[in-house]
Write a protein of this length. Structure first.
Length: 368
């Protein structure tokens, strides 16, 4: 007997789907499953079902003062089954973060900041003595079930006078630790984006890819995507949204799409202020923004499930398939009108809205 059977759901393409779950694992996915279960959810053909949504750029270590939130406020309550905290903590405090993360409903993983205290202050990479490769290595060995990569913020307010050096140190740490995933935040120069992209390799994650800053991918004079940004994308660098308070611009995203550049993955860079006051609010709102830009819902869902699971090696997540973790998002699509605002105050009107209605994590059901 199954623990849970989800009946009469719809895939995003409209196909009927049913999902059988036992012991926190998906055992069967088919158009019809006729087996007994302790609990049955009948979606009556009205709701969509996907693999659980993954937000690969959040800030949810609640003890911080700059960027913090609570995992369940940005996770399970928003239809998100898994979050990856993007470098809020470093080697000195990531252990405490792990202890807190174990107690919540949402699946929480972390990227370890190469600066040993994480983002305690805005300029965490201005003092190179805070980058201690041996400490990073020790934590990676201690917490492989929690730490899924490393993070470095490479923008003017963070690096002080250190130029490209923190990124070179991050790459060295990466090479010495099984080429773990590396996420790089970009913003105002220095360093110049061209310098950053030259150091990154295929599979490295560039977050805030569609920011509207002069040091972004858009040439303000020609209104075209910079050639070196196209080259980086074609090299296989992962372009991650990382919306945030300051880092998503509709026009940049639209111009990139016309140039054949789509975000590889969709994430929020959410923390309590931009969750409560906008412009982020939640992952669903960021997904709606990419729909307005011109992405299909099929693409969007792939970019919040399978794609982040792949790049951050979450091997049992991201797919609605037998053998995968029983993390599901049940949601509605509806027609309506909603004003969406980017990080620079520009707006677009969404005509298609997405709203999570139930979140299933490890086979446990939560209402949204």
């Amino acid at each position: 007997m199954f623990d849970l059977l989800v009946k009469n759901g719809k895939r995003i393409n409209g196909e009927k789907v049913e999902v059988a779950i036992k012991d926190g694992v998906i055992l069967n996915v088919d158009t019809t499953i006729e087996s007994p279960a302790e609990k049955i959810i009948d979606l009556a053909g009205e709701h969509y079902v996907s693999a659980g949504w993954i937000d690969d750029h959040v800030h949810c270590y609640e003890k911080m003062t700059l960027y913090y939130d609570y995992p369940d406020e940005i996770g399970v309550t928003k239809g998100v089954t898994t979050v990856i905290d993007a470098g809020t903590t470093g080697a000195e405090n990531i252990g405490d973060f792990y202890e807190l993360a174990k107690k919540v409903k949402t699946n929480v993983f972390a990227l370890i900041n190469i600066s040993k205290w994480g983002i305690v202050e805005q300029d965490e990479l201005a003092d190179l003595t805070k980058i201690q490769a041996d400490l990073v290595h020790d934590r990676l060995v201690e917490l492989p079930q929690f730490i899924v990569g490393i993070k470095a913020r490479m923008s003017k307010t963070v690096i002080g006078e250190n130029g490209i050096t923190p990124l070179e140190l991050a790459k060295d740490i990466q090479r010495k630790n099984q080429n773990l995933p590396l996420m790089i935040h970009i913003g105002s120069a220095p360093p110049e984006l061209q310098e950053i992209l030259a150091v990154l390799d295929e599979g490295d994650v560039l977050t805030h890819c569609f920011n509207g800053k002069p040091n972004g991918i858009l040439d303000k004079e020609t209104d075209q995507i910079k050639n070196f940004a196209k080259a980086g994308y074609e090299k296989g660098i992962v372009f991650d949204i990382g919306h945030g308070t300051d880092s998503f611009n509709f026009h940049v995203a639209e111009t990139a799409l016309k140039a054949g550049i789509k975000a590889t993955s969709i994430s929020t860079d959410i923390y309590h202020r931009n969750r409560e006051n906008g412009p982020v609010y939640d992952l669903a709102t960021t997904m709606e923004k990419l729909r307005v830009v011109g992405y299909s819902w099929e693409e969007i869902l792939d970019k919040v499930t399978n794609v982040p699971a792949h790049y951050f090696h979450l091997e049992k997540k991201g797919k609605l398939a037998a053998g995968y973790d029983a993390d599901l998002t049940i949601f509605d699509l509806s027609n309506g009108e909603k004003t969406l605002t980017d990080s620079n105050g520009f707006t677009r009107t969404a005509k298609e809205l997405i709203k999570p209605v139930k979140t299933i994590i490890g086979g446990t059901i939560y209402d949204n």
